[in-house]
Design a protein around this ligand. Structure first.
Ligand code: 5GP
Ligand code: MN
Length: 342
């Protein structure tokens, strides 16, 4: 039954024949290069490695490259050491499979332009930069799409593949919090559990793996949190002094942005990080109809309605009030729609 749901959905949303074409091209090519976005998250890592294990099973040659290393707590997952970290890649390949990237620059890796590109993504605003573009905004995670592909290629769900698909879904749904979760999300998860995934162990590995330093950092960040817009917007900011005081790196900030949303009043969170270049990296999360992707796209970034980001030149003191004001507007509009819906 799940196979039926899978293929009918793909045909409708992949555009005419794109899904079938991707299968054909994968089967007839030999050497694959796989990449995903810079600062990889659970969906990018999970999609990439599930795909790699599936290609292994088909007897293909596989290389994986990303611009940045995965956060520490992903490093114990199978195959992480296969991913090369490089800002440029001149590897030869018969096809480059790009997952989770709305445009090729999102990879953060240069030298990829000349390849035969298969683009698999679920972010709104995908630029369709591949020879084959499979875009499905309704997928709760890119890992759902990779699952479809793997099954259609006739590869069985090994424990490694199932682990990475579950990792992709668990993290990209915000541990089953976000709005694009569908029955098929659970159907895929059911199949991964049948293939040997232990959900409790996965949750512990992904969410209960903080260092003491990270706990201190969470305390410091929440202590310094500012509330605006009648308590509907939470503002977090981090600088190198705060990181150093807690013995942390930027990697340790992962996931912290979701904590303020656990307060009932808070509709959106913005997290400002000043990075080494002096640029300001802006991450946003929201609830319901508060559209943070729109705010990100106005600044050259992207993401989803409830999780998006972008990078702007500093200084922080200058950009901060502008972005807070823009988010105030997004909250007012989103809350309006919410009331209309009810
Ligand atoms: P995060 O805040 O965790 O870095 O990103 C949240 C979501 O927004 C993810 O889906 C991520 O891929 C997307 N995103 C974050 N930063 C950017 C960006 O600079 N450009 C685009 N296109 N998407 C982004
Ligand atoms: Mn994703």
């Amino acid at each position: 039954m799940s196979e039926m749901t899978t293929s009918s959905r793909s045909r409708v949303l992949a555009g005419p024949d794109v899904f079938e074409r991707i299968c054909e091209e994968i089967l007839r090519r030999e050497r694959f290069l796989l990449t995903s976005h810079a600062r990889p998250d659970g969906d990018s890592i999970g999609s990439q490695l599930a795909m790699a294990y599936a290609l292994d099973a088909l007897g293909k040659q596989v290389r994986l490259v990303n611009a940045d290393a995965a956060p520490d707590h992903y490093r114990e997952f199978p195959g992480l050491d296969r991913i090369e970290i490089a800002e440029r890649c001149d590897a030869e390949a018969d096809a480059l499979i790009v997952m989770e990237c709305s445009d090729l620059t999102r990879t953060g890796v240069s030298g990829l332009e000349g390849h035969y590109i298969i683009n698999i993504d679920h972010h709104a605003g995908n630029r369709m930069y591949g020879a084959l573009n499979w875009f499905d905004e309704s997928a709760a995670a890119c890992g759902e799409m990779v699952f479809d592909l793997i099954r259609a290629l006739g590869v069985s769900l090994t424990r490694e593949i199932a682990t990475h698909i579950y990792l992709a879904i668990l993290t990209d749904t915000g541990s089953f919090h976000h709005s694009n979760i569908t029955p098929r999300t659970f159907d895929i998860c059911r199949q991964t559990v049948e293939a040997g995934v232990n959900p409790a162990a996965m949750a512990r590995r992904v969410f209960d793996s903080n260092s003491f330093g990270k706990l201190k950092l969470i305390g410091a960040l929440l202590n310094a949190m500012e509330l605006t817009d009648n308590g509907h917007l939470a503002v977090l900011a981090i600088d190198d002094d705060m990181l150093a005081a807690c013995g942390c790196t930027h990697n340790d900030t992962e996931g912290v942005i979701n904590l303020p949303l656990t307060a009932r009043e808070i509709q959106a969170v913005v997290f400002f990080k000043v990075v080494a270049s002096g640029d300001v990296r802006v991450s946003m999360r929201s609830k319901y109809d508060v559209d943070v992707r729109l705010v990100a796209s106005e600044h050259g970034g992207g993401g989803h309605r409830n999780a998006a980001g972008f990078t702007v030149p500093g200084p922080l003191a200058e950009v901060r009030p502008q972005i807070i004001a823009r988010l105030g507007k997004a909250i007012a509009e989103g809350m309006h729609r919410q009331e209309d819906d009810e």
